[in-house]
Design a protein around this ligand. Sequence first.
Ligand SMILES: Nc1nc2c(ncn2[C@@H]2O[C@H](COP(=O)(O)OP(=O)(O)OP(=O)(O)O)[C@@H](O)[C@H]2O)c(=O)[nH]1
Ligand SMILES: [Mg+2]
Length: 266
Amino acid sequence: MGNICVIGPRASGKTTYLAALAYKRMTIGKSKQFNIIPLNDDSREIAEKAENIICQGESFEPTRVESVDTLPDYSFKIAVKKFPRIKEESFQLVFKDYPGEVFEKIAESDAGDAIQEEFIEECFRKDVEGCLILFSDWIKGTDNHYNRIINRFLELMDSHDRAKDLRLAVAMSKCERGELWSGRLDPETDLFNRHLPMTTATLREKVTPKNIRFYAISTFGVLRRNDPRPNRIDEQGKSGQASVLREIPRWQPYNIIAPLYWLNKG
Ligand SMILES: Nc1nc2c(ncn2[C@@H]2O[C@H](COP(=O)(O)OP(=O)(O)OP(=O)(O)O)[C@@H](O)[C@H]2O)c(=O)[nH]1
Ligand SMILES: [Mg+2]
């Protein structure tokens, strides 16, 4: 069983991603490549939320938490079936879904409340195999902000003696957006290097190459294989980061399993 932390700034799509993983109908539809089985009550609950929130054309509220102990633990078995060169196999993963606010605060010098401490201890526990870090923004100033967080994150990783063995899958989420979609094939060059050059340089320089991979993912995906219009609508009255699914029957996330497979198997 592998423990994975899904982390990233506010509104980068962490909770929606976990709900999509849990949502059963996703895997019994078109995709025969993998099957995801929720293994505990928390996972079944978030699967219901996928049905009651995402599939109703609504979006999740920001995650809030009083204490890490009250955070749900999501546990899934992922059976990989028909990938080329990969034999049928399955693996189990346990996730925690942290509020983005806690991740962003690690770069602040006066940070250090109890939740912050707990978050850091949880991320770097010895039995955590890796972190999936979701980034979704690149407007002016974002690279600088992300770079400060990542520098601090890597310092903490080192001081917790995890610099050599914690895998980091760094993903650009919501990559169905027009400006990003064409960069999904080589995300390291065409998304990260291009849109977040400082953050990318820091990661490349400071993380052992075998422990880092860059990904493009989209929980909402595009309308069809030959119709790359985003399967999302921006939510009225909310900031530019809030969107909802556009055509529910065509819901097909893009690349959401690959980073998990790599985090678990290396
Ligand atoms: N365009 C697009 N929007 C998405 C995608 N995934 C999530 N969103 C939207 O992004 C917004 C934030 O999603 P959340 O899943 O709540 O983000 P979060 O990272 O959990 O946010 P915090 O809990 O505040 O840290 C919501 O409006 C989602 O509907 C995606 O794949 N594409
Ligand atoms: Mg959340």
